[in-house]
Write a protein that binds this ligand. Structure first.
Ligand SMILES: *[C@@H]1O[C@H](CO)[C@@H](O)[C@H](O)[C@H]1NC(C)=O
Ligand SMILES: *[C@@H]1O[C@H](CO)[C@@H](O)[C@H](O)[C@H]1NC(C)=O
Ligand SMILES: *[C@@H]1O[C@H](CO)[C@@H](O)[C@H](O)[C@H]1NC(C)=O
Length: 454
């Protein structure tokens, strides 16, 4: 397994030896002289690869960085069948590969002196007693009552089209609950950004760059219709992740909303306790991006959810009527707190507030990361654009090795997603996404893609 900052992991383990890690900080300082990303953004159109009655598969990018763009139309079950049909081999390889990855993480945990760092203690106890499959199924049972039916219907469609077992697919969707990525997020508006833009969002995932993930890089664009339950189908949205994974790590929608997420390994006492009972956060993030059209709706959803683990989430909405267009969310089983740039927490010398800008690097208590992020943002404040974020922020802060998404909302309405993934097994060039070529996807084009008339 390749993690973004090995030092950080070592210190996590040491900190865990003394038990509670409140007050402990993440470590593994980004190299302050890390290179900029000077590759021009690719603006080439994605190329059509295959079609299905409810799906269109495109390949975006160049040899310096490419990924699938998969459009899906219809009900949850239809979306599942379309993805499972167009990407049968990829979905099978991903699901089997992630299962092996979870097994490895458990092995690693059982071999280590502090197993709880790798996977939650409750899972290890269940594994010792019942074995891995039954332990994962107990975890499913702990989240099922809070899992909306449309996720299960989509998984059923994936299973029917690929021949994978339903349970095998559902098990790997616990991934987010079982392992945690370090990550960073940034949102900037008004005085912080260049004049053509009204809102910028960035979500960088620092996690795992094994082939199982980087070889299945995908942006999935849903055009939901038909029966999605009592909320209706919601709006079109683009979900950044992997072939076969239907939860969300971050995404952007036709309602001009976007989402972000950071795993928290170093909380302070304000987080309270974690819980295994509740909605898997990757499902909650997808609900935010599919259904909510204002910050108030997103706040209500998060506040009312049965939440599980410690996270920082972000939700942005262009032109929101309720003050600033973005909230950072301190998220745990016990609390849901919402911050704008003037109330951002934690408030410390190394995580100072900035005007019209919200940022976190690495974790909640992550002095080393925040110092470098803040320094780069201070240089760029007032001039921030997607290009400058790619050139001088994510690259120099060295964040987003698995993938990095930049959302740019412009005054002229030409909104775009700038996306890069880590180097896949068949590509050349640098490994981490933040040093690779980004591809710009025009959001209006994504939402307007026509359903096949097969
Ligand atoms: C765990 O330990 C066993 C036995 O020593 C070894 O075979 C295995 O490779 C180790 N697994 C990991 C992930 O370190
Ligand atoms: C920021 O949040 C605080 C607390 O919710 C609120 O009082 C304030 O008006 C918000 N500021 C802006 C500019 O939206
Ligand atoms: C880019 O970052 C460097 C330091 O890494 C800094 O000197 C420079 O001012 C930054 N440029 C902008 C436009 O932010």
């Amino acid at each position: 397994m390749v993690t973004c900052r090995t030092m950080r992991v070592i210190v996590v383990v040491l900190a865990a030896v003394v038990g509670v890690v409140y007050g402990a900080h993440c470590h593994g300082q980004p190299n302050p002289n890390a290179p900029q990303n000077l590759l021009p953004v690719n603006t080439g159109e994605p190329e059509l690869v295959a079609t299905h009655a409810n799906g269109k598969l495109f390949r975006a990018g160049t040899s310096e960085g490419s990924f699938y763009v998969l459009h899906l139309w219809g009900t949850p079950y239809e979306c599942g069948v379309a993805q499972g049909t167009l990407l049968k081999d990829e979905v099978k390889a991903f699901v089997n590969g992630v299962y092996a990855y979870i097994e490895d993480q458990i092995d690693l945990a059982l071999n280590s002196t502090k197993p709880g760092h790798y996977v939650p203690h409750w899972l290890l106890n269940d594994i010792a007693e019942f074995g891995i499959d039954a332990a994962l199924d107990l975890e499913i049972a702990a989240t099922r009552p809070w899992t909306p039916a449309y996720f299960l219907e989509e998984i059923k469609g994936l299973a029917d089209a690929t021949g994978l077992s339903y349970l095998a697919i559902e098990r790997v969707h616990l991934l987010g609950e079982l392992t945690k990525g370090g990550c960073s997020l940034l949102s900037a508006y008004d005085s912080a950004i260049t004049s053509e833009y009204s809102l910028l969002g960035v979500r960088a995932l620092d996690w795992n760059t094994d082939a199982v993930f980087v070889d299945h890089a995908q942006v999935t664009v849903y055009h939901p219709s038909g029966d999605w339950g009592k909320q209706g189908p919601g709006h079109a949205f683009a979900n950044v992740g992997f072939s076969g994974f239907i939860g969300s790590f971050n995404g952007v929608s036709a309602a001009n909303t976007y989402s972000q997420e950071i795993g928290v390994t170093f909380p302070d006492e304000t987080f309270g306790k974690e819980s295994r009972f509740g909605i898997p956060f990757t499902y909650l993030l997808r609900d935010l991006i599919q259904f909510d059209e204002t910050i108030e709706q997103a706040e209500t959803r998060v506040r009312d959810a049965k939440r599980t683990c410690d996270l920082i989430l972000g939700f942005g909405h262009l032109g929101d009527s309720d003050g600033e267009p973005f909230r950072a969310i301190q998220y745990s089983a016990s609390v849901a707190n919402f911050f704008n740039s003037t109330t951002l927490m934690p408030l410390t010398s190394w995580h100072p507030r900035m005007e019209d800008l919200v940022y976190y690097e690495g974790d909640w208590l992550c002095e080393q990361g925040d110092v470098v992020m803040h320094r780069q943002l201070a240089y760029a404040h007032g001039e921030l654009s997607p290009e400058l974020v790619i050139k001088n922020i994510t690259s120099v802060v060295a964040t987003g090795d698995t993938f990095t998404s930049v959302y740019g909302f412009r005054h002229d309405g030409q909104h775009a997603l700038y996306q890069a993934f880590a180097r896949s097994s068949s590509e050349s060039g640098p490994d981490p996404a933040y040093l690779r070529q980004f591809t710009k996807l025009d959001l209006a084009d994504l939402w307007a893609e026509a359903k096949p008339t097969l």
